[in-house]
Design a protein around this ligand. Structure first.
Ligand SMILES: [Fe+2]
Length: 280
């Protein structure tokens, strides 16, 4: 693991300008890739349609996938020791802290793999839009890439620089389903890590070939915000006792860390809390 990593001036410029940054294949991820694939595939087989429902259990019905058209897993920290090693890769915390300009907290470590003929997402942001230019950025999405991505297996699309825009993408463009003239498809080598400002317009594209496009998704927010999945509630004592102090800090599971009453807290809840109503 590259413990010496320090975000450079150049990298900070890219993050400011584009709203995302790609780190080349990480040695630790590459070294463990086979093992990670095996663990994830075994979990998918074991959990079947129950996979990915952590935090939203009340919506589960027998046989109903968490996301139609994608294989999903949730709460990975609790499921195998390898995942707690991934969250401490220094690029992730340093970039996230730089993006939100504050301390951070990891709120979910999940898995996603779009299936053939699906995976198409509208251009969206992962958090509430900013309403003033001086509003801070509060959320970060990290993708650890487990398969090479190309035009045909559902690569990520982003519109560079749009994290600076105020409001929702559909305040600016008529149809968030369509290809944006400034959008870029991001082709990545397995082992890469992409760190994305939660306010950047982005989306998955359709997987045409059916080749796997597996990623680990890490949801990170300003430390003051509730977590996407309440880690204190969802991490078992045995797993918790095996985390080091830094991992406990990042996951907000130390005794001194705030208790969160919601078992999950998404952008919809944040919107209702801020505006007292659902988004129209
Ligand atoms: Fe997203």
């Amino acid at each position: 693991m590259n413990k010496q990593f320090i975000l450079s001036k150049e990298q900070k410029k890219i993050i400011d300008k584009d709203g995302f940054i790609i780190f080349p294949p990480n040695n630790f991820v590459l070294k463990n890739l086979k093992k990670i694939h095996k663990i994830l595939e075994n979990l998918i087989t074991k959990e079947k349609s129950k996979a990915g429902w952590e935090g939203k259990e009340e919506y589960y019905k027998k046989g109903k996938p968490f996301e139609k058209g994608a294989r999903r897993l949730g709460n990975l920290i609790n499921k195998n020791d390898i995942f707690k090693e991934l969250i401490v890769l220094p690029e992730i915390a340093q970039t996230s802290e730089y993006m939100v300009n504050n301390d951070i907290k990891i709120g979910a470590v999940d898995f996603r793999d779009p299936l053939i003929g699906t995976g198409n997402q509208i251009l969206h942001i992962d958090w509430l839009p900013r309403t003033k230019h001086k509003d801070p950025f509060e959320s970060v999405l990290v993708q650890i890439v487990l398969d090479n991505t190309n035009k045909t297996n559902g690569p990520l699309r982003v519109v560079p620089g749009t994290h600076k825009k105020l409001g929702w993408p559909d305040d600016h463009i008529k149809n968030v389903n369509l290809t944006h003239k400034k959008e870029k498809l991001v082709f990545l080598k397995k082992g890469s890590i992409v760190v994305i400002n939660g306010n950047l317009w982005h989306g998955g594209t359709g997987n045409i070939s059916g080749n796997k496009r597996r990623i680990i998704l890490i949801d990170i927010r300003n430390r003051n915000l509730p977590q996407l999945l309440n880690q204190k509630k969802y991490i078992d004592k045995k797993v918790l006792n095996n985390l080091n102090e830094y991992q406990k800090y990042l996951l907000g599971v130390r005794d001194i860390d705030k208790n969160q009453k919601e078992k999950s807290f998404g952008s919809g809840q944040a919107y209702r809390m801020k505006y007292g109503r659902k988004r129209d």
